[in-house]
Design a protein around this ligand. Structure first.
Ligand code: AMP
Ligand code: MG
Length: 402
């Protein structure tokens, strides 16, 4: 058996090279940038108004007060999308709307609320400073400025900024292609109405489908095989032929007579990277490699499958997208004694109780069996306890949040 860290190191060294591609901006949501992105143009692109009001010359209205307003002649309008075709000359003003181009000659905008208009004239009642309410070309950023670093996840906010500066094609890492292979003669599909007493509903397929998608990967196919060596070899062969980079198997990887994943992977040409990790849950975890394809054998117990996916598959899927995954963590106060009296790294599922103006309180989820899905479904996260580690009430512990 190897340690958790050793297994993670072996995987990190065996991650296949990431694919890069240029995709249309409309298809880029959820991808990670494979290059830095620089601004192809300045923002704002042209000097425009921050207010609905009048574009004026500062020297015509500086010092205006409600009792002694500056009276200017209105010579036209600059509307958003319809600029004023001309120049603001001495003692004149142009009506302007928010976002509209500030016409030549004008250097200041006075908002409607600070004016009065009558008979083609506008009275400027007050003006604070030269250049007020003018958004100058390039004030946000100049052409060529760095907008995003390689490795950034492209979502709503990033897409908006790139769209705003006219980027149509985005260099990203390809979404890793994953094939999910679920083993188990006892399984029936989770949406099947009839179930025999000796059968169990397959919850790993839907769980791992979600987990794979949460990582931004592309699940190309899912298949289910009985506990048969021949069927498992054939299914792994199909997964390899499909071109998937990552094959995730569920179940059949322990020491039972009907556990065939390791042997099937071997017959399909995979070299073993490791099998069995000094951890609980998830001891039977297996990984193998064939050229640029990795295969994972996750234990079938749902909690083990989930924790192994989080801690071993997810970092690989992140690296394939040019990024690294870290759990968000929270410092909490231990409510009751917790300990690891075994000789394996323990992942204890926990609940946290938020309290006003104090650190959150940490409590163990009652039942921790690796077959008990409620221990992850009802948990807020987990803590790592090394062999011999004892946490006393009141001590601090970092929680990895689900
Ligand atoms: P295995 O690792 O195949 O020996 O399975 C260990 C335990 O997990 C058994 O009790 C299985 O019934 C259960 N199990 C295996 N696969 C699944 C699955 N897809 N969904 C839910 N439970 C499963
Ligand atoms: Mg099984």
């Amino acid at each position: 058996m190897i340690s958790v860290l050793e297994a993670q190191r072996i995987l990190d060294e065996n991650v296949p090279p990431a694919d890069r591609r240029n995709v249309p901006i409309d298809d880029a949501f959820g991808s990670y940038l494979s290059e830095d992105i620089k601004a192809p143009e300045a923002s704002p692109r042209y000097t425009n108004s921050a207010m609905d009001g009048y574009a004026v010359r500062w020297r015509d209205c500086a010092g205006a007060t409600p009792d002694a307003p500056a009276v200017l002649k209105i010579i036209g309008e600059s509307q958003a999308g319809v600029p004023f075709d001309g120049e603001v000359a001495e003692h004149s003003a142009v009506r302007i709307s928010t976002g509209a181009m500030v016409p030549d000659g004008a250097d200041t905008v006075v908002r409607v609320e600070d004016t009065r208009e009558a008979d083609g004239l506008v009275s400027i009642l007050t003006v604070k400073r030269e250049g007020q309410d003018v958004r100058s070309k390039g004030e946000e950023f100049a052409e060529g400025q760095l907008l995003f670093l390689k490795g950034t996840c492209v979502a709503a906010r990033e897409l908006a900024l790139m769209a705003a500066v006219g980027i149509h094609t985005i260099p990203v890492y390809g979404k890793p292609v994953v094939y999910l292979l679920v083993t188990g003669t006892e399984l029936v599909c989770h949406d099947e109405d009839s179930i025999k007493p000796h059968q169990i509903r397959d919850s790993n397929t839907i769980m791992l489908t979600g987990a794979i998608r949460e990582c931004g990967a592309f699940l190309m196919a899912t298949s289910h095989v009985q506990d048969s060596l021949a069927q498992t070899v054939a299914a792994i062969g199909e997964a390899v032929d499909s071109g998937a980079k990552i094959i995730v198997c569920s179940g059949g990887v322990s020491v039972g007579r009907h556990d065939h994943v390791r042997e099937a992977a071997k017959q399909a040409g995979f070299a073993e990277l490791f099998w069995q990790i000094r951890q609980k849950p998830g001891k039977p975890l297996y990984a193998g490699r064939k050229e640029n394809t990795l295969i994972f054998g996750l234990p079938g117990n749902p909690v083990s499958a989930y924790m192994c996916f989080r801690n071993f598959v997810r970092p690989v899927l992140a690296k394939l997208q040019g990024t690294r995954y870290f759990d968000r963590t929270l410092t909490t106060v231990v409510a009751e004694q917790m300990s690891n009296r075994g000789n394996r790294t323990l992942f204890v599922r926990v609940k946290i109780e938020n309290r006003p103006n104090q650190l959150a309180l940490l409590k163990e989820v009652g039942r921790q069996g690796s077959h008990m899905l409620s221990s992850i479904a009802h948990a807020d996260g987990y803590i790592v306890l090394q062999p011999g580690e004892i946490l006393q009430p009141g001590s601090l512990k970092e929680v990895s949040l689900f």
